[in-house]
Design a binder for this molecule. Structure first.
Ligand SMILES: [Zn+2]
Ligand SMILES: [Zn+2]
Length: 348
């Protein structure tokens, strides 16, 4: 398949008359890495099959764009030729990721945010494990455990919030419809209440452990879980938009699948928790303790049914989280090289 070259200027603006695939308006003079100012369609969709690049007077590539197969820099090559390193046609490397012509500060922020988000997820798991160990060691001092748990929630929550804020930052150069920003806004405005509530409920759970109020505090975990689910839904909707921006339909579909798994897993886990605490309320409002009599009657049934639902739901949510990390790395595979190319272009 021959790739017809499509030239852009130093700022990445399209030099030829190309109709937008969404609204048919001419894209001449529009930055190739942006969205159509009239209909909001990703411009890369309208230039599919064309080798987009800045060319010199001889029609050779005149920018530091990398081969998508071997990462060789293709400057000086004919846009219809092959990569001198791997012999693959150059066209697909020029057609693919037009993010290199997007706002370089935005592309870098999203690329860095994606990496920080994975680090923050890892950090919150690590801090959670440390917290669980400290809870066992410091069993006799519930106030101290509560302080440590709050600190852990605040530290991991702050990292996650910062990462989320970067990943969902709006591209300042291109108008985005409210519908496309829905996921980003949902995640942005639910993460702070989510982490304040989870820190508060975590601390209350420590203070009330073993008391009559333990079950009521346990029930508070359900709204916290649902808030967490809303953050995840927002992030996955936003990841889907980022995948659509780089024209990776498969990745966009994948974000949808993970969203379904996340919602299903969280709801199942919340049902499990409700069954356990509901049974405890029937049991006179007390959870069975390690040293006390073994659970029987409704409490036993509740613990078995609720525990099973909670375990299955938790496993589904864990699978969704692992898949989400893979998805983030795949997205970063688009944004990180584009950020590098955009930075190099700006330095010329
Ligand atoms: Zn349009
Ligand atoms: Zn190559």
């Amino acid at each position: 398949m021959a790739y017809e070259p499509l030239q852009v200027d130093r700022e990445g603006r399209i030099l030829d008359d190309v109709p937008c695939s969404g609204c048919d308006h001419s894209l001449k003079g529009i930055v190739a890495g942006a969205l159509c100012p009239d209909c909001g369609e990703t411009i890369a969709l309208s230039t599919l099959g064309r080798a987009v690049c800045r060319a010199d007077s001889n029609g050779r590539i005149d920018e530091p764009v990398a081969c998508t197969t071997c990462h060789h820099i293709l400057r000086g090559i004919d846009p219809n030729g092959v990569c001198p390193e791997c012999q693959m046609p150059v066209g697909p490397s020029l057609e693919a990721n037009l993010l290199r012509y997007s706002n370089r500060h935005w592309v870098k922020k999203v690329a860095d945010g994606l990496l920080l988000y994975v680090i923050a997820l890892g950090l919150s798991v690590l801090l959670g494990i440390i917290g669980a160990i400290l809870m066992r060691v410091l069993q006799t001092n519930p106030a101290l455990v509560a302080i440590i748990m709050i600190t852990i929630s605040v530290v991991s929550g702050a990292f996650l919030t910062l990462a989320l804020w970067w990943v969902t930052s709006p591209d300042p150069d291109t108008p985005i419809t409210a519908q496309k920003r829905l996921g980003a806004n949902l995640a942005r405005y639910s993460i702070i209440p989510q982490f304040i509530c989870s820190a508060g409920v975590g601390a209350l759970a420590q203070v009330t452990a073993g008391s009559q109020n333990q079950v009521l505090v346990g029930l508070l975990q359900i709204p916290v879980g649902i808030l967490g689910m809303i953050v995840a839904i927002g992030m996955l909707l936003h990841f889907r938009q980022l995948a659509l921006r780089v024209i990776d339909e498969k990745l966009a579909q994948w974000a949808r699948t993970i969203l379904g798994l996340n919602v299903g897993g969280t709801i199942l886990a919340m049902i499990g928790l409700s069954v356990i605490y509901g049974a405890a309320l029937l049991n006179g409002g007390a959870m069975p303790t390690a040293g006390g009599p073994p659970p029987s009657g409704p409490m036993l049934v509740g613990m078995i049914v609720g525990g099973a639902a909670g375990c299955v739901g938790g496993l589904i949510s864990l699978t969704a989280t692992i898949w989400m990390i893979v998805l983030i790395f795949k997205l970063r595979g688009y944004f990180a090289p584009a950020a590098k190319a955009a930075a190099e272009r700006a330095m010329e």
